[in-house]
Design a protein around this ligand. Structure first.
Ligand code: SAM
Length: 325
């Protein structure tokens, strides 16, 4: 932590069993949005991989899916003539699957804060590093350190696969481009609807306070270039949440009402968790200034819930493949 008071890493979601189940279900929705049936984009040839790491792996849902990929599953045994070694790490092991499950698949798990350098013996040895959904965990400086640490881990020509969300809700056709921060003006002067108010509360009470990057999808390309990565691909998806999946006629990403409602519940759970944390820390900013009661917090959450149920919203998700040069 530096003297600006903002930590490099400050994960604020819980890690209980229901969160593990949410991450596992979310993974399948993410795959559907990305339009694939396995863990890798078509541009990454599994045959070219011999050492892979999943960073901030959570429940290891991506690593376990990779282990099931046809060109990978047959190479997991060390006796294979062309073995592949899978590694997964996280700052906490609370959501890791039981050790016998990972051992059986030859997956090595370890604890590591990705904003800290990795062990010397690992540097320059990986063909592929995957990192996804850490937007509500790392500050801007945390991201710079994480990207640089991953760069050190990769072999020359090795790949970084990133999948992340924008943190704001938008209306359809708004585009992936982010149009500046949230105004410091009183809400009533500009926040005329539930979506703007939700974004503003999220920004002031969580993103700003923790130094998170709300428009990661826009910022990652230049951050990766600065760390000597060459961008191989960039795919952005406008994803319907809640009622948007059924109310909008033609969405780029087609989700069932069930899936879009799951995403709405998922976002609400995230808002609930970060706004509870903000209330505890005394930094929750509601519609009429600071909120210091649970009733006030629930009123803000209620408006977001109603908005997602009645109108729905869109969020932008992005997948980037970048090569270490
Ligand atoms: C939303 S979960 C995503 C997990 C997984 N990547 C997935 O796609 O389901 C974010 C994960 O990042 C981990 N995390 C947060 N900060 C971290 C850090 N500084 N270093 C390593 N892992 C971190 C959390 O413990 C959590 O497991």
């Amino acid at each position: 932590m530096s003297n600006d008071g903002i930590k490099d890493s400050n994960y604020i979601l819980c890690r209980g069993e229901s969160e593990t189940n949410r991450l596992n279900r979310q993974y399948n929705v993410v795959k559907k949005v990305l339009g694939r049936t396995n863990a890798l984009p078509a541009s990454i040839n599994p045959k070219g991989l011999s050492k892979v790491l999943d960073v901030a792996a959570g429940s290891l849902v991506w690593t376990l899916d990779l282990a099931r990929t046809p060109d990978i599953s047959t190479r997991l045994s060390p006796e294979s003539i062309d073995p592949i070694h899978l590694y997964a790490c996280d700052i906490s092991s609370a959501q890791f699957p039981p050790g016998d499950q990972t051992r059986k698949l030859g997956i090595t798990t370890f604890l590591h804060d990705t904003t800290k350098p990795f062990p010397e013996e690992m540097k320059g040895t990986f063909d592929l590093v995957n990192m996804r959904l850490v937007v509500l965990g790392l500050s801007e400086r945390g991201w710079e350190k994480a990207i640089s640490n991953i760069h050190e881990l990769l072999k020359r020509g090795g790949l970084l696969l990133i999948c992340e969300f924008h943190e704001y809700f938008v209306r359809q056709g708004h585009g992936v481009k982010y149009e500046g921060g949230v105004s410091k003006e009183p809400f009533e002067s500009y926040a005329h609807d539930w979506m703007t108010r939700t974004n503003a509360v999220m920004h002031r009470s969580c993103i700003d306070v923790n130094g998170f990057i709300p428009d990661l999808a826009n910022r990652l390309p230049s951050m990766l270039a600065k760390a000597s990565f060459q961008q191989e691909s960039y795919a952005a998806f406008e994803v319907p949440v809640g009622a948007a999946a059924t109310r909008q006629k033609s969405c780029q990403v087609q989700l069932s009402a069930d899936e879009a409602n799951f995403l709405a519940e998922s976002y609400l759970l995230i808002h609930d968790a970060v706004w509870s944390d903000a209330l505890k820390k005394g930094v929750l900013q509601g519609l009429d200034g600071p909120v210091d009661t649970e009733e006030g917090r629930l009123a803000v959450l209620d408006e977001t819930s109603k908005g997602l149920t009645e109108e729905g919203a869109f969020t932008w998700w992005v997948e980037i493949v970048a090569k270490r040069i």
